[in-house]
Design a protein around this ligand. Structure first.
Ligand SMILES: Nc1ncnc2c1ncn2[C@@H]1O[C@H](COP(=O)(O)OP(=O)(O)OP(=O)(O)O)[C@@H](O)[C@H]1O
Length: 651
């Protein structure tokens, strides 16, 4: 008797079609659930996953109830003279339903693994939600999706219970291999059953191997190949002769509505977050504005609100007259239409796209392919990566990646550049190079710039204006020189790097007793009514025996003893006690910072040395809270902080 091979064909086409349908439904369901934050999340997820945990016969029973002669869908279809039950379509439906949860779950898991900064980055580069899904989410989730397809196919191929209940076992029409195995074994024909089992094994293995081979054709494979052929050497930029002049990044605006003059960003927003209320109101022009503040002060959050990645509870954001957000008028412009260039700390380059493709991603839509090539090439030259356009981000060093990210952000022709600690992941050398490139590029950038950094010196060099944030509130804003020289507020002085503070007692009209320094100081400026602290920056303490008397003012000179000292390569921090010798390594009043040559000179002098707290350098500080700060714990045996020990912020 000749064997009927139809179960092979039926199984293959059923599993293939069911996998295809399950792939699209599963991916779309996963994407929807990935974004969905509603209360019904758990319930919907449970419904989507149910066919995975229920016995196939139960799934088959439910499908029969729905699609059967008297089921709601079955009756509806009968009106059009269509019957599903006991047809091949029923086998496809049964296989799709049981394969769907595997596709859905693996796709959702794969989406959740993706760095959300990449999605935010795509949105700020003008991508629509569909483009984000198609061009970023799906390709990045590719390994997970392939695993999902494999699992779904295997499940569909092996489906038995639900298929039998819904499609029956009609030879040549609905009989799949698993059903053929069952009936062969039941009728005692073990040879035929074994044959089908072997076919099943062969099919499954072939498909798994083929999919694995195909799925390995990814950037990683190309990178490995290039490395093997010797075309790829990861560039250690610290070994490169970076003495060639840094050229600024240039960009052309293809939009007809060129940026207005003057540039103006107005931000007035409030947002209640768990544990902190963001409440800021400021405006800025074309000069870069630096946002400084402690960790968790709300700096990044403000940038994210401007970009549209977060939504304030109330307020408005207006950029060059364009209302991006207005709670009262119900305006909330989508991220892609805000025209912001966002530079993230971790570069956020798309790992599945080459350097050239990354830059092209940000280019305005509608450019011809020649124009795209030209613009990308121009940017590559500007960031000195010409010839490396076909590399993947993983094949570049950190500094090169951030240069690509900067070029990509600028290529999108933004009205505003938002830089969120863009150099913090780089070493000192690369940081310096990138900073140079940024500073030069910003002088040509026609829009507004906000720059978040923890590095005071970097912010000072890049930004003419500063905004100081504390716990979600602005405590100072203005030209950098003014903020550093006249902070007026204890927290502002602290956040701008001042390390010497003392509580105060007003002794007379022009004298203040510094309680924590144990001395009384002459003051030349009027004493403010709510004075809380005196402050003086570490580098502004002088030693009259070496520095001489500055400007003829000889007030506030005291004997001092060295308690301890710590060194960086160029500077030395001296911990000093005024008026008497220290009794322990933590017994000091002031920190002074001096260059090495001065330290070498100073240490030759016998102690006590003489130190001057120059009246013009003393800062008369109020408390932003209106009360004595609880965070500052001054004492005669002041503690050495972690910052002090590492000497990271000389000031
Ligand atoms: N979407 C959000 N939902 C809830 N809380 C948030 C959200 N975004 C930020 N926060 C919280 O708001 C506070 C400010 O966060 P933000 O990232 O803006 O601080 P930051 O000043 O940039 O700090 P850092 O310098 O450490 O990056 C933090 O406490 C943070 O946990």
């Amino acid at each position: 008797m000749t064997l009927d091979w139809s179960p092979v064909w039926i199984s293959l086409k059923t599993a293939a079609l069911a996998t295809l349908i399950a792939f699209f439904l599963g991916a779309i369901a996963a994407r929807t659930m990935f974004k969905y934050r509603g209360k019904a999340k758990g319930l919907i997820d449970g419904i989507f996953t149910a066919p995975l945990v229920l016995p196939p016969t139960v799934v088959g029973f439910f499908l029969l109830l729905l699609l059967g002669k008297y089921g709601p869908i079955g009756r509806l279809l009968r009106a059009f003279d269509v019957t599903i039950i006991f047809t091949w379509y029923a086998a496809v439906i049964a296989a799709t339903v049981v394969a769907f949860p595997l596709m859905y779950k693996t796709a959702l898991g794969a989406f959740q693994q993706i760095d959300t900064t990449l999605l935010s980055s795509a949105r700020t580069l003008g991508a629509t939600e569909w483009q984000v899904f198609w061009k970023v989410l799906l390709p990045l989730a590719r390994p997970g999706l392939i695993a999902g397809v494999l699992l779904a196919f295997a499940r569909a191929l092996g489906e038995f219970g639900a298929t039998l209940m819904l499609a029956g076992s009609i030879p040549g029409r609905t009989q799949t291999i698993p059903i053929a195995i069952f009936f062969a074994a039941e009728s005692g024909d073990m040879a035929e059953a074994m044959l089908w089992v072997s076919v099943m094994l062969g099919l499954s293995l072939t498909i798994v191997v083929a999919v694995n081979y195909w799925s390995d054709r990814r950037p990683e494979k190309r990178i490995r190949k290039r490395a093997k052929e010797g075309h790829l050497s990861l560039v250690d930029e610290s070994l490169l002769p970076w003495d060639h002049p840094v050229t600024p990044l240039t960009w052309e605006y293809s939009r007809t509505n060129v940026l207005p003059n003057p540039i103006e960003l107005i931000v007035d927003i409030q947002k209640q977050l768990p544990g902190i209320k963001i409440n800021v109101s400021f405006s800025t022009n074309q000069l870069p504005l630096g946002l400084l503040g402690g960790s968790g002060a709300g700096k990044s959050f403000i940038l994210r609100c401007i970009a549209g990645l977060e939504t304030p509870d109330q307020g408005c954001i207006i950029l060059n007259g364009r209302v991006l957000f207005d709670s009262r008028r119900g305006i909330n412009v989508p991220i892609r239409d805000r025209r912001v260039g966002f530079l993230f700390q971790n570069y956020a380059l798309f790992p599945h796209l080459t350097v050239a493709q990354n830059i092209a991603f940000g280019l305005p839509k509608g450019l011809s392919s020649v124009a795209i090539r030209q613009r990308v090439e121009k940017q590559l030259i500007a960031i000195q990566l010409q010839g490396l356009g076909d590399r993947y981000p993983q094949e570049l060093s950190g500094g090169q990646q951030q240069r690509v990210a900067l070029a990509r952000a600028l290529a999108s022709e933004p009205d505003i550049l938002l830089l969120d600690e863009p150099f913090s992941a780089l070493d000192t050398y690369l940081r310096d190079q990138l900073e140079k490139l940024l500073r030069l590029s910003l002088t040509h950038f026609p829009g507004a710039t906000l720059f978040v950094s923890h590095n005071l010196e970097e912010a000072y060099r890049i930004c003419p204006n500063l905004l100081i944030l504390d716990e979600g509130q602005i405590i100072a804003q203005g030209p950098k020189q003014e903020i550093f020289d006249y902070p007026h507020d204890f927290r502002v002085a602290q956040l701008t790097g001042c390390k010497n503070f003392s509580r105060t007692l007003v002794a007379s009209e022009n004298e203040i007793t510094a309680l924590d320094w144990g001395c009384t100081l002459k003051i030349y400026e009027p004493i403010p009514p709510h004075l809380a602290h005196l402050g003086i920056r570490a580098h502004q303490l002088t030693f009259p025996d070496i520095d001489g008397i500055k400007d003829g003012y000889s007030d506030n000179i005291f004997p001092c003893w060295l308690t301890s000292q710590s060194e960086t390569q160029h500077r030395t921090t001296l911990y000093l006690k005024l008026n008497s010798a220290p009794t322990s390594p933590f017994d000091y009043h002031l920190q002074a910072e001096v260059f090495k040559d001065k330290w070498n000179e100073l240490k030759e002098h016998p102690q006590p040395w003489r130190i001057q707290l120059h009246p013009l350098r003393l800062m008369l500080l109020q408390n932003s809270s209106g009360s004595i700060s609880l965070e500052y714990k001054p004492s005669h045996s002041s503690r050495m902080t972690r910052d002090d020990r590492s000497n990271q912020h000389p000031s």
